[in-house]
Design a protein around this ligand. Sequence first.
Ligand SMILES: Nc1ncnc2c1ncn2[C@@H]1O[C@H](COP(=O)(O)OP(=O)(O)OP(=O)(O)O)[C@@H](O)[C@H]1O
Ligand SMILES: [Mg+2]
Length: 272
Amino acid sequence: MGGEEVIRFDQVGLAFGAHVVLGEISFALHRGETLVLLGVTGTGKTLILKLALGLLRPDRGRIQVLGTDITDLEEEELFPLREKLGIVFQEMALFDSLSVYENVAYRLIEESVHGDADVSEEEIERRVRECLRFVGLEDAIWKLPEELSGGMKRRVGLARALVTEPPLLLYDSATAGLDPVTAQTILTLIIRLRDTREVSALFVTHRLQDAFTLAANVYDESSSGLKATLSDGAGRETDTRLLLLREGIIFFDGSPEELRAARDPYLARYFA
Ligand SMILES: Nc1ncnc2c1ncn2[C@@H]1O[C@H](COP(=O)(O)OP(=O)(O)OP(=O)(O)O)[C@@H](O)[C@H]1O
Ligand SMILES: [Mg+2]
């Protein structure tokens, strides 16, 4: 894809003491594209998201997000940029004492109190309901997180990320710890977002099956479910590309077909 870059890492390096986690990371995510960042546990996937959010600074290299070089920005300068990002955290991180409504509305309320956006209460409730309807949880609006299952919490997390209508979504292990059916529900929602709105996404996971599901399916309005693409997972029709992180570098960058065809022993083991 030759579109505008929404995230760009140029030779990014990060170490903790003598432990070099990211040696040299370079990749670009283009508008409308979904990048699936694969890697086994501890390879630095979450760190890459934290770097993209400016929560951590790299030791080396440059990072651009939505056209801004964030590498040297101060904390306050990052706020307006973070407002344009929707994040689905690895740990659900919902506020336990707040209702589903308050959790999802949180950023809108923050913005209307501290920012320049003046959003009325009716408008906030309308948008919260719309996002909860999208994830199939409008009925749970007045519940507390403790009354929800793990999968429901994950969906509330997704609704919360969507409420500001961000052009860029970051997903950290969105399906981890979920049963196969619930994981499929979450992936269907993510594919629906990808295909019905012009959002770009960085999807972090260690699950290869998630990568293939994202790359090989489109959202089908008539069945409200997934439909396999004709090209059998090349990722072109779905604007989805795979990255594999290994030992501090992007070890692979390409389509699922190319990943399958690569006769690399490490990749073969990753498949096994
Ligand atoms: N603040 C920190 N101080 C020291 N080491 C850290 C810090 N944060 C992360 N690390 C180390 O960096 C490595 C990568 O961590 P990261 O959380 O990005 O892994 P991950 O790929 O997201 O793994 P998982 O799939 O388990 O979520 C780990 O070895 C971790 O111990
Ligand atoms: Mg992680």
